[in-house]
Design a protein around this ligand. Structure first.
Ligand SMILES: [Zn+2]
Ligand SMILES: [Zn+2]
Length: 239
């Protein structure tokens, strides 16, 4: 018998594996990863910035209010929906998804993201944060686009991967401060489609300083979008 015929059957006989660690996933239930991985996923605390979802990790209250940075320099987006803290298995999954050629993590990570979207969410278009074409050729896929596509499948909302374009390659930003990131990204994003009156959910894998998402929101609003909200899998506390 040919291997191509046997393999799908062999796959069915083996216990399902966690898409992240490969461990036993025989009781998948509603979780996107196995219980060992899920045990390290920390949902965002209720105490968080009401605009950028910055977690108030040392807060003793459950209050949401604006963080100091959003008071001083309000972002262009009006709300942020983030599922969990950028740590543990979720951080590992996002790094594998982004840097280690694991595009198949799109579905479980989109499921994590969808858990934080409120039923009252009022958007009519999903837009992924773009990659520069050179980086896209290198990576072969844009992880934000894969996430947005999965969210679109789950929610039946349209997804436009080419609304935003990154027209200049930039250096990796991991070591840059928020101010340096802003300088580094000035004029980099442009709107490529008519977005007049659209209510947009801007999708990315992780929010750190939020500078990229703010600049993308600015150009979408300047292009006529009515409102921009952010949807990310994970939120990093400020460094
Ligand atoms: Zn696992
Ligand atoms: Zn904030």
């Amino acid at each position: 018998m040919k291997l191509a015929v046997v393999l799908p059957w062999l796959h069915r006989l083996l216990p399902p594996a966690c898409p992240l660690c490969g461990g036993d996933f025989s009781v998948p239930a509603a979780d996107p990863f196995c219980f060992r991985c899920m045990a390290t996923v920390v949902p965002l605390p209720a105490a968080q910035c009401s605009c950028c979802a910055l977690p108030f990790l040392a807060s003793s209250t459950q209050d949401t209010h604006l963080c100091g940075r959003c008071i001083q320099d309000p972002p262009a987006y009006s709300a942020t929906h983030a599922a969990a803290l950028y740590e543990g298995a979720l951080q590992t999954a996002i790094r594998h998804f982004k840097f280690h050629q694991r595009p198949n993590l799109d579905r479980p990570l989109a499921r994590v993201l969808s858990t934080c979207l409120p039923a009252s969410l009022d958007v009519d278009l999903l837009v992924p944060v773009p990659l520069h074409p050179a980086r896209l050729r290198e990576r072969t896929y844009n992880q934000a686009w894969l996430l947005a596509r999965e969210l679109g499948r789950q929610s039946s909302l349209p997804v436009s991967p080419d609304v935003l374009i990154k027209c200049r390659a930039t250096e990796p930003q991991l070591t840059l401060s928020a101010r340096q990131r802003r300088e580094n990204l000035r004029g980099v994003f442009v709107v490529n489609r008519d977005v007049k009156g659209r209510k947009i959910l801007l999708v990315d894998d992780v929010m750190t300083t939020g500078v990229t998402l703010d600049l993308c929101s600015q150009v979408l609003l300047a292009g006529g979008a009515r409102r921009v909200e952010i949807g990310v899998v994970a939120r990093a506390p400020l460094p």
